[in-house]
Design a protein around this ligand. Structure first.
Ligand SMILES: Cc1cc2nc3c(=O)[nH]c(=O)nc-3n(C[C@H](O)[C@H](O)[C@H](O)COP(=O)(O)O)c2cc1C
Length: 205
């Protein structure tokens, strides 16, 4: 039952890297798995540009989102691709120990990681990595996935590990972020409220 997955708890994170160019995306699949040495895992969809760039660079950083995060950061990093735009451009960007970009505002901790193994997981790749540096940034409350969904009413796009398909009678799905407009007819010039794009595909069950 899909409902069982709703009881899994997780935080919300921004993973960043630099292969041929800087890339980053929102994830909720980051976890510490050992303390000696300090090892972490995360799962990235193979089609996400950030995943492709980490396969080249073999390094990444993860910042922990706080409850004070600007929701526009989640929209930008969670619903569009680094392939087509420089997602970091509007922000005051800092660089970590391995010279990877990160945003400090709205984040509570920073982890800089070297990839040790890549594990196939269907649509996703699980990256197992060793932490090069773990930095505490401030004591703001970390944002949980539950708070994001239930309080901020945030959405989860199809490429996220935790995405759940919903069956609806009729509607239109945003080609970019997967947002669903419910209704028989899509209004002319309708703009997606999540990612701002205008291309939709009719859903047929
Ligand atoms: C709440 C939330 C959780 C997400 N979790 C993951 C995740 O764990 N793994 C993943 O690959 N993508 C996840 N995503 C989706 C990516 O952030 C999204 O596909 C992004 O547009 C990829 O950008 P990129 O192509 O620049 O890498 C999540 C998005 C949101 C909003």
């Amino acid at each position: 039952m899909l409902k069982a997955y709703n009881n899994l708890t997780s935080g919300m994170y921004l993973v960043g890297t630099k292969g041929d160019k800087e890339a980053g995306c929102i994830i909720n699949t980051f976890e510490q798995v050992a303390a000696t040495p300090e090892m972490v895992v995360m799962a990235l969809n193979k089609e996400n540009y950030t995943c492709k760039e980490i396969k080249k660079s073999k390094k990444f950083n993860v910042t922990v989102l706080s409850q004070n995060i600007d929701i526009n950061i989640i929209s930008r990093f969670g619903f569009s691709s680094s392939e087509f735009e420089d997602k970091y451009k509007p922000y005051s960007v800092k660089y970590d120990l391995l010279n990877l970009p990160y945003i400090e505002e709205g984040m509570t901790s920073l982890f800089t990681v070297r990839v040790k193994e890549e594990i196939e997981a269907g649509t996703h790749i699980v990256f197992l990595g060793e932490v090069s540096e773990a930095v505490w940034l401030n004591d703001e409350e970390p944002l949980t996935y539950k708070y994001y969904k239930e309080v901020l009413k945030g959405k989860t796009p199809p490429k996220a590990s935790s995405y759940q398909k919903s069956k609806i009678a009729s509607g239109y799905k945003c080609d970019t972020c997967g947002y669903i407009y419910r209704g028989e007819t899509l209004p002319v010039d309708y703009v997606c409220p999540i990612c701002g794009k205008t291309h939709f595909t009719k859903i047929t069950n």
